[in-house]
Design a protein around this ligand. Structure first.
Ligand code: SF4
Ligand code: SF4
Length: 249
């Protein structure tokens, strides 16, 4: 059964299969479904490349190339049907791929009726790629989250075990300690507490001293400002008095 999909028939396929060597032909989801229905496993004939699903090569040629012929010709991918016509997104135009060995024999202008189908096909490939990339990222994130959660759970368990061991060691130490040793521990702790209290008290004194100094400085400054105001007021009063006198005279 020949495909109802639009296609381009290369007249050189009887003695040329260059485009089936080291191919990187990208497949649309419809291509994948169609080929899968023939009984092929995706992992055998496809690989992911930068988000696109491209044909897998075996010994330097397409997985489907058999004795220089396409073994799935009637169901071959849409990109293979259009090749060597490709779509140049930058100039929004059909071009003949440089890699085709008969590149010079084709005139892209003759194939204008295929402009819309090829353009639509390429944009569809890109949108499918974007959806795929988004899905892959989400899967990666989920995987990473699961790994981190597992790691966190393992770490928490190991910390719990460590704490338990430490508690056991502490309890054993307390149990095994003689009353003299316990008294010594208690004495050391009291000594440490006293030292900490002294340090705190020193710090408080230092802070109080600094606050007092600051208050004194502020007080001195206020006094200076007050004096300054007083002298200004005196000058103003004198000037007022003189004006009054002048008026009277
Ligand atoms: S699917 Fe067929 S036409 Fe396309 S690259 Fe492979 S062998 Fe060639
Ligand atoms: S390389 Fe070009 S000429 Fe050769 S089969 Fe492919 S499209 Fe045809």
């Amino acid at each position: 059964m020949l495909s109802p999909l639009p296609e381009f028939y290369c007249p050189y396929t009887s003695d040329c299969y260059e485009c089936c060597l080291d191919t990187e032909m990208a497949l649309a989801e419809k291509d994948i479904t169609r080929i899968e229905k023939l009984g092929f496993e995706i992992d055998d004939f496809l690989k992911e490349k930068e988000g696109f699903m491209v044909l897998e090569n075996v010994d330097g040629h397409c997985f489907f190339l058999d004795d220089k012929l396409c073994s799935i010709y009637d169901n071959r991918p849409q990109g293979c049907r259009f090749y060597p016509l490709i779509f140049d997104l930058e100039i929004d135009s059909l071009v003949i791929d440089n890699l085709c060995v008969h590149n010079d024999d084709f005139d892209p202008n003759i194939y204008k009726p295929l402009f819309d189908p090829i353009r639509t096909f390429v944009y569809n490939l890109i949108s499918e790629k974007e959806i795929r990339v988004k899905k892959m990222k989400e899967e990666e994130e989920l995987e990473l989250k699961e790994t981190l959660e597992e790691q966190l759970e393992e770490d928490s368990k190991s910390i719990e075990v460590d704490i338990k061991k430490l508690e056991e060691i502490f309890e054993e130490t307390i149990e095994e300690a003689t009353s003299e040793e316990l008294e010594k521990i208690e004495g050391d702790l009291e000594e440490e507490m006293r030292e900490i209290e002294d340090e705190i008290s020193e710090l408080e004194k230092g802070i109080e001293e600094e606050l007092r100094e600051m208050e004194d400085e502020v007080e001195e400054l206020s006094e200076e400002i007050r004096k300054e105001f007083d002298s200004i007021e005196e000058v103003l009063d004198e000037a007022e008095e003189e004006k009054e006198k002048e008026k009277e005279e």
